[in-house]
Design a protein around this ligand. Sequence first.
Ligand SMILES: [Zn+2]
Length: 400
Amino acid sequence: MKSSVLYALLGLTQAGPTNDHGQYHVHNPKDGVRDYKTGGPLNIHIVPHSHDDVGWLKTVDGYFFGGERDIQWTNVHVEIDGVIDALLNDPKRTFSEVEMKFFKMWWDLQTDQKKDKVRELVKSGQLELINGGWSMHDEACPIYDDMINNMMIGHDFIVKEFGVKPRIGWQIDPFGHSNTNTRIFAEMGFDALFFARIDYQDRNKRNNDKELEWVWMPSEMGPETNLLTHVLYNHYSSPNGMPFDVLDPGMTNIVDDPESSEFNVDKFSEDLINQLIERSEHYLTDEILTLFGDDFRYMNALQNYNSMDKLIKYVNENYADQFNLFYSTPSKYVDALATYDVEWPTKYDDMFPYSDGPDAYWTGYFSSRANDKEYVRKASSNFHASSQLFSSKIMDRFAS
Ligand SMILES: [Zn+2]
């Protein structure tokens, strides 16, 4: 099914750029993998992000308004406030926003004037709305209808308020990944899928074989259901030893004033570039994706950006022959990949079950909380039936 047809069924219109997945040359991995590095400076895509669970240890409102601090210290309202201010302060900065439930809660509290400014940030690409579902759904337990509905409600909000359609699948915390979800994402018109959690043995092998990126071909329906897939290198965290947020244990600020006794940008830069060199050895191109963020981070957005600004400036000034650091987004990274003539590895099957390490399989949740799952299934089937009745009434009206 063409993505435009699926979108019509979902009641959405397609806006913004789309991608022909067929542009990626695919081959049998057994043919071997070429190295596409040019030997020139590595382009380091710094991607600031926050992973905000829509309900986990606290209620949704607890997470958003900062209540229940004894359970977890979060305040998504303050987080988004700060990120938007930081972006407005400097057009070079970017941020990737994911969970539309929280973003809509924030959006509804803003003035028309502020909303216009945020629309400009989206238009300029400084603020990228990625994934765009109400939440980041699990891929093992829900039925496909629920996954589509979860994405539809978020994308509907984005299309109506911003006139664009997310290009990036961003499933960084679900515990394993399915062919079904990949196919749905491809048919929604996503250009790529990013995630963090894959089986530890699979990760080790892919690390060694430079196969952390591939074209996933979840069905035999052709390029329309294929999706470029990227496994993040360091979970979805910042590089090691870069604690720039108030929530980070051992929080540190980067200081680049050489007169100051606190001067530390040289040491942090050295640490960062060593990690980047190591990371680059596991990917095929000169483009290196580097996230800065974690669960509910950017609680003090300016503090994060001030440190990242200084780090980027120092590395670019002192290691220009090896590195080009800049704020980026997953879309900008995917666009950069498209400039390489890469024959990506391919993959055809599910990524279940997921295991963190030896004897650490995340399979218990497939069958736990049976009552909750029954409620979800019943609600889902009622919703599906009522949607069908609604649709048939609408069609009757047009027919008469
Ligand atoms: Zn999570």
